[in-house]
Design a protein around this ligand. Sequence first.
Ligand code: S3P
Length: 184
Amino acid sequence: MNETQATPKNIVLVGFMGSGKTTVGRELHQRLGYPLVDMDQVIEERAGKSIPAIFEESGEAGFREMETSLLREITNHAGSERRIISTGGGIVGSEENRTLLKQLGYVVWLSAPIKVILERTGKNRNRPLLHTDDPAAKIQLLMDQRNPLYEQVAHLKLDTSGLDFSELATGILECARYFFTSRA
Ligand code: S3P
C-alpha cells in the first residue's frame, strides 16, 4: 500500500514493556471512543492462557507467530474502522511486523528511561522475558536492539516519564490530527 495515499486513521502504540502503552491506550479510547485493541490481551484470550504460559508451552517463537498472525488480521481490516492499537514491546523485531505497523496508521513510540521501566515492570510477573536474575541488564540489551526499530516505524516519539497520561494523550491527539489532516 502507498502510505501517502490512504493511511487508515488508527493510532498505534509501540514501545518497550512498561512504557505506558496500555494506560495511554485506555486514555485515548476514553477520549475518542474508538475501540481499543490490546494485542497481548487478544492473544491471551484466543489462546485461553496467559503470556507466561504461552512462552512456557510454545516458546517465544510460538508467541511471535501468534503476534504476527494477529497483526496481519488487524491490518487486513484496517480500513473499515478507526481503532487504538496497543502492541507488545517486541512486535518491532520482525521486518514483516514493521511493514504492517507502518500501514496501520499513526504510530506513536512511547519511551521511558531504564530506571522507570524497571520500577513499572517490577510490579508484576507477567513478562517472561524479564524473568531473569538481572532484569536491568536484560532491559538494556533489548532496548539497544529495539530502539532503532521503534525509531524506524514511529511517526512520533514521546517520553512517558515526565508527563501524566492525560497530558500525553492530549499531545498524541493533537499530533495525530495534524498527521491525518495533512494526508487527507
Ligand atoms: C514482550 C512484551 C509484552 C508481551 C510479551 C513480550 C516483549 O508486552 O508482548 O511478554 O518482547 O517486549 P508489553 O510490552 O505490553 O509488556
